[in-house]
Design a protein around this ligand. Structure first.
Ligand code: CA
Length: 230
């Protein structure tokens, strides 16, 4: 059964949604803070997102746009939940990339029907997503990495780091961003820890080809074959 992410800062409503979705057989994740949503989505790849409009830190519309800009998660159906009933807001939400729009207060049977319909409409329940950069390929769903046809064994942290870099080749990701995305906001990890995992990642990848991981001094890392600086 599908995993549904409920993003809602009203705790009573979040619990009620979780309860009802679980009753229907879905696995439910909940998040109440806007700036954590992207990390949760990238880590768990839910099949559908119920997204509240008004959230602390980052609005539902902003989150929706962010999700739609990421190649490996952009196809996840999003249903916006909102207290705003105005046509203008509805259009804003749909323009940001929401698939559907439900105005609070809503009836649970109606929402469940929308969830089901949006899951059915989704191109595939489990997205198969292959990211490729030069001779490196990663299957985001199966969590497999290969280079020139060779299987590359990576630990979970190295895999996540590589996935982030490969989502946007050439873009330099700061250590801070990588720490937040890979380890989450609540865990204290030393910045040097990233360097250790990048070293492992390089070692595993470079068995089968040149070093494409680029270290940008005092900033962070990217995957970019044009320039490799240690
Ligand atoms: Ca809210």
């Amino acid at each position: 059964m599908a995993t549904v992410l409920v993003v809602e800062d009203e705790q009573a409503l979040a619990l009620m949604l979780k309860y009802n979705l679980e009753k229907e057989g879905y696995t439910v994740l909940t998040e109440d803070r806007g700036n954590k949503v992207l990390g949760v989505v990238e880590k768990n790849a839910p099949q559908l997102i119920l997204l509240d409009w008004m959230l602390p830190e980052l609005s539902g519309v902003e989150i929706c746009k962010l999700i739609r800009s990421k190649p490996d998660i952009k196809q996840i159906p999003i249903i916006m939940l909102t207290a705003k009933g105005q046509e203008e807001d509805k259009i804003k939400g749909l323009n940001a990339g929401a698939d559907d729009y439900v105005t609070k207060p809503f009836s649970i049977p109606e929402l469940m029907a929308r969830v089901k319909a949006n899951l059915r409409r989704a191109p595939e329940i489990v997205p198969t997503k292959i990211l490729t950069y030069e001779d490196i390929q990663i299957d985001v769903v199966q969590r497999k990495v290969s280079r020139q046809g060779n299987y590359v064994h990576l630990g979970p942290t190295e895999f996540r780091l590589l996935k982030i870099l490969m989502q946007n080749p050439g873009k330099v990701f700061s250590r801070e961003y990588l720490l937040k995305t890979v380890w989450g906001n609540n865990i204290y990890v030393e910045s040097r820890t990233i360097d250790v995992h990048i070293r492992r990642l390089r070692k595993a990848l470079n068995q089968f080809g040149p070093d494409y991981i680029r270290t940008v001094r005092a900033t962070g890392y990217s995957i970019d074959k044009n320039e490799t600086i240690e």
